[in-house]
Design a protein around this ligand. Structure first.
Ligand code: CDT
Length: 319
């Protein structure tokens, strides 16, 4: 029997540096209300969905930086979203900057949580692949200082039960890394949720900027198909404080096909009815991992971080 669910990517347009949390949360609630009207039971909001994309700025003063982070959610600002979702019986994925005391020190992560329809946090993920730099780069109009403001996630890629299926999460840059999807594929994931902020400002690499939309779809479609899972990608897009960011939020089937996509760079709800069983035929044929994978041949993936000697390099006596 099909396991059909109506789900949504809740794309956000720009969030101004001066915009209050209350105003942002009101926008999230409006998207949630639309999701309810369209029959959705699960909504994916973007990465760092409560503030502007602050890693574009250099902050020397820690107190100034701290205002972009949340402690435990729901705090007072986000409470109306949690309440509205619980009242509507809608679950959601939400990205935010997390500041916690752990292991006896303050730690900062780029985090996403999944909340079920009853308002319980059922999954937590901390972004593993942090892009950009730890130090400001001279001459850049916009910095990308995720390595300065966050540490790499320490929770791995957990898959958990939700929506009557198996769910996992990624955050933005993670979507470009096949290992991230595969670790979840090996837990039989059926739905991967991810939010993103993708600035189109590689100043010296216009060729990368112009292909941003292609690479966004390419990486999510490949991750979906090669692991026979649904993927929902929700952007914060548009021109935010001068920095142009990709929109193109979409919902991708286990076949790799895009079934719904945003057409604006503003707040927009992208909805689709998905069948969580759709990945099954792929998991029983091409991607029957237990039958076809050869982990011994993949050793370098966990042994090496970057490129090293060629396995086919001939010794001097063979050459
Ligand atoms: N937020 C985030 O991870 N953005 C990256 C672009 C980084 S460019 C230095 C992305 O993969 O979209």
């Amino acid at each position: 029997m099909a396991r059909k669910r109506t789900v949504a990517a809740a794309q956000l347009g720009p969030i101004a540096l001066s915009e209050s949390r209350a105003s942002v949360v009101a926008r999230l609630c409006a998207l949630l209300a639309e999701a309810r009207a369209r029959g959705a039971t699960f909504v994916v909001f973007p990465e760092l969905a409560l503030t502007t994309f602050f890693p574009r700025y250099v902050f020397e003063d820690e107190a100034e930086l701290d205002r972009f982070y949340e402690g435990s959610l729901p705090g007072p600002d986000a409470a109306p979203l949690f309440e509205a979702a619980r009242e509507a019986g809608i679950g959601f994925y939400l990205g935010f900057a997390e500041r916690v005391e752990e292991a006896g020190r303050i730690r900062r992560f780029n985090t996403a949580i999944t909340v079920d329809a009853a308002g319980r946090v059922i999954g937590r993920y901390r972004k593993v692949h942090l892009p950009g730099h730890a130090e400001p780069q001279p001459g850049r109009a916009f910095q990308h200082l995720e390595k300065r403001y966050f540490e790499p996630g320490n929770l791995g890629f957990p898959v958990f039960e939700g929506l009557g299926g198996k769910m996992g999460m990624l955050i933005c840059n993670d979507r470009r890394w096949p290992e991230a999807y595969r670790v979840m594929g090996l837990q039989d994931v059926e739905l991967v949720c991810l939010g993103y902020n993708t600035p189109l400002d590689h100043a010296d690499h216009e060729e990368i900027n112009v292909l941003s939309g292609f690479h966004n779809a390419l990486s999510m479609q490949a991750g979906a198909y090669q692991n026979a899972t649904w993927v929902i990608g929700a952007a914060k897009g548009g021109r935010e404080e001068g920095s142009l960011m990709l929109a193109e939020s979409c919902i991708i089937a286990p076949s790799g096909q895009i079934v719904a996509q945003a057409t604006t760079m503003e707040d927009e709800l992208v909805c689709a009815t998905i069948d969580l069983d759709m990945g099954r035929p792929y998991k029983e044929t091409f991607f029957d991992f237990a039958r076809h994978r050869e982990p011994e041949a993949y050793r370098l993936i966990v042994e090496r971080k970057g490129p090293g000697p060629m396995l086919g390099a001939k010794s001097a006596s063979e050459a």
